[in-house]
Design a protein around this ligand. Sequence first.
Ligand code: RIB
Ligand code: CA
Length: 309
Amino acid sequence: MATPVLIDTDMGVDDAVAVALALRSGAIDLVGVASVEGNVPLAQATANVARLLAALRLPKWPPVARGLAQVAPGLEYSAHVHGPDGMGNLDLATPEAFAPCGHVELYEQLIGRYGKSLVILAIGPLTNLAALVREKPDLLVRAGQIIIMGGAVWCPGNVTKDAEFNFYRDPAAAASVLSAGLPVTVVPLDVTRQVQMDESHVARLSRSRSSTAELLARMIRFPMEQSVDGGRGTFLVHDALALGVLIWPSLFMRARMGLDVTTDGKQAGRVRPTVGKDKSRQVGVVISVNVVDFLENLLEQLCQERFVV
Ligand code: RIB
Ligand code: CA
């Protein structure tokens, strides 16, 4: 029985890999996608969801919602990583008749329908989820687990020396969601930085008979050519790794701890583990991954081909 998953995304290139994996994996039923501002402005992130689903030529789309922007002034986007459009600058068409619903409506509809079996995969800033915690406090508690890609717990950040991008863009939202007593699993930069695609992986996507894999290979080119986190010639699949925690749990090790997020000042977005006695405020934190097996599984799912003999 496939697990119903709602993906909350700021739709950059690694988000696209995660959505493609969700659509390709028989273990996942992608029942909704909500946009949030992050890698790119909200309107672009929302359009990117439609551009990706259209490019994947899906016969039937999952419902798509437009979420929220962050309000703090002067925050960086990630065009230098993902390309000015956030999707590797492939000039993908935006469908004309695309009409997203509101994210509250989508969350209410899916939680009402799937309840505790619904998994929420948050792979952008936590602005949408924090707004739900604040304005609909009885809603998220009726859903299932929430898997979050974000934070840098013991390693340097990728935006400032302390902050990982998703938590940097909305540290107050991260602090609120991590301390709300929800069934959260955090997949931090400490682990996602270990999983680097290189030319050999992209070549396998390129050569694959799968049109999904071929599209992703073209999309990944832009981030691969930037000298950013992971270095030139590599691509970090942060968000697909977060989904991998759900699909292939045996490839990961987890711990439980409280996580404190600094919400303002120069260290905004900084995460520090706490060892308080209040177990209700603890979350799951992924602390290691079997890198080789994860990448093999990911490529096999995206290419729909078995490589390991
Ligand atoms: O720090 C990496 C995270 O920030 C990823 O989710 C990437 O897509 C950006 O949202
Ligand atoms: Ca993301």
